[in-house]
Structure formats: structure tokens, C-alpha cells
Design a protein around this ligand. Structure first.
Ligand SMILES: Cc1cc2nc3c(=O)[nH]c(=O)nc-3n(C[C@H](O)[C@H](O)[C@H](O)COP(=O)(O)O)c2cc1C
Length: 182
């Protein structure tokens, strides 16, 4: 049994999630390869039983590398167990999770995969007031700060919205699926 984790990350958040997913898979006794989609030209999904593909979201979009991986391996992935995950701001708030699930996971799966993924993971992001993420980030920060204040949280502090326990159990569920079907 072999698993592949491919990720695209602009600011490192989805990369850390992918690393943790790979770590849990190894802990569960399954061989895993972890691949940054920027670092590969042609990553071939053929040798793998389980393929997990993820991305951070910027302006509603996956990274080009992760999308390209899905597109280049479309017919191979039709024969595999495929799971998708994203790290995005929409996951941080109960009110925006449904929209995040639909736009960043369900629509991407419908457009790029032949079959339904075995699982999707909508994972949170990190709010860092000192981050240098450019003009769009600076603009949206105003709204995020206001929202944090309204929720009684300190906007001058870093907030990590990633639910690591949830990420661990999501990953273990995938390994169970793999083990049980053999
Ligand atoms: C410039 C910018 C644009 C973003 N656009 C979106 C967006 O459209 N929807 C969303 O849910 N989150 C958005 N986010 C939040 C990111 O998805 C979140 O920070 C994510 O964890 C980034 O993943 P990465 O660090 O792996 O690139 C944006 C963040 C930045 C800095």
C-alpha cells in the first residue's frame, strides 16, 4: 500500500497541513510520498493506492500546480482513491463553510475528477497580523480584524484556525478505508 500527498501552498499553511497528513499516514504504517506541486513537472500517480491532493486558496483559486496535477493525472486518478483538501479563510467561520465546501472542493472535484473523491477536507487558515501577504491581504485585514473584535478575540495576535485533531482523524479515516478494502 502506498499513498501520495500533493500540495500547493503560497504562504506555507496548506504545506504544514500536508506534512501533518503525511506524518499521520506514516504513523499508521502506510508508505507515503509528500510532494510540493511546484517542485514537480510530471508527478505520476500510477504507483499509488491513495492520492491526497490539496491547496491553499487565493482569490477563490487553487494553486496552479495542484490543479495541473489533477488535470495531468485525470485518467489515472479515475482508478484510485482520491481525497481533496483545502486550507482557506472560509473554513474559519461557520457561516462561510458551506460556500467554501461548494466552491473550493465540490466544484473543483466535479470539474477535475472523473469520480467523486472518497473524502474532502475543508481546513482552516492562520491569521497573522504581521504577515506580508500583499495589498489584497492588507485590504481584507481590516474586515478580519473587525470580525475578530466582534468575537471577543484579540486582532493583534496570531490565530491558528487549523483543527489538528480534525485533520488527524480525517487522515486516519482515509488510511482505514485503504486498509479495509484490501
Ligand atoms: C491574498 C489572499 C487572498 C485570499 N483569498 C481567499 C479566498 O478567496 N477565499 C478564502 O476562503 N480564503 C482566502 N484567503 C485565505 C487563504 O486561503 C488562507 O490563508 C490559506 O491558509 C492559505 O494557504 P497557503 O498558506 O497554503 O497558501 C486568502 C488569503 C490571502 C493572503
Amino acid at each position: 500500500m502506498k499513498a501520495l500527498v500533493v500540495y500547493g501552498s503560497r504562504y506555507g499553511t496548506a504545506a504544514e497541513i500536508a506534512e501533518e497528513i503525511a506524518r499521520v499516514i506514516t504513523e499508521e504504517g502506510v508508505e507515503v510520498d509528500l510532494v510540493d506541486s511546484r517542485a514537480i513537472k510530471d508527478c505520476d500517480a500510477t504507483p499509488y493506492d491513495l492520492v491526497i491532493v490539496g491547496s491553499g486558496i487565493k482569490m477563490g483559486k487553487w494553486t496552479k500546480g495542484s490543479l495541473k496535477f489533477l488535470q495531468n493525472n485525470r485518467s489515472i486518478l479515475a482508478e484510485k482513491k482520491v481525497a481533496l483538501f483545502v486550507s482557506c479563510g472560509a473554513a474559519n467561520d461557520e457561516d462561510s463553510r458551506a460556500e467554501g465546501q461548494e466552491k473550493y472542493l465540490d466544484e473543483v472535484a466535479a470539474k477535475n475528477l472523473v469520480n467523486q473523491p472518497v473524502a474532502t477536507g475543508l481546513f482552516g487558515s492562520v491569521y497573522d497580523p504581521d504577515a506580508k501577504h500583499g495589498i489584497i491581504f492588507n485590504f481584507t485585514q481590516r474586515f478580519i480584524k473587525k470580525d475578530l473584535k466582534e468575537k471577543g478575540l484579540d486582532p493583534s495576535k496570531r490565530h491558528d484556525y487549523r483543527d489538528w485533531d480534525g485533520i488527524h482523524s480525517w487522515t486516519r479515516g482515509l488510511v482505514d478505508l485503504l486498509k479495509n478494502e484490501r
